[in-house]
Design a protein around this ligand. Sequence first.
Ligand SMILES: [Zn+2]
Length: 87
Amino acid sequence: MEHLTCQSCGLPFTKESMGVNRNETKNEEYCIGCFDKGEFTDHSLTMHKLEVKLVEMAEVHNEITLEEAQIVIRELPYLRRWHMSIM
Ligand SMILES: [Zn+2]
């Protein structure tokens, strides 16, 4: 199965969970959790909030390992959504 990396939350996603553009086409850069109907679902999201969320996913919900969370956190500044906000 082809894995894509969301350019917002840094998590891998599949074709089934691709984001949706305003014209209903699929968006290959963002997952549906981050991007729907042509815009980000959470406009107030910041890299810091994502870091907290990723650690929670690992420590509280066991959805990912702490190691995976740390790898994603390290990559966050290079993702398209956050890279632009630094510039
Ligand atoms: Zn995402």
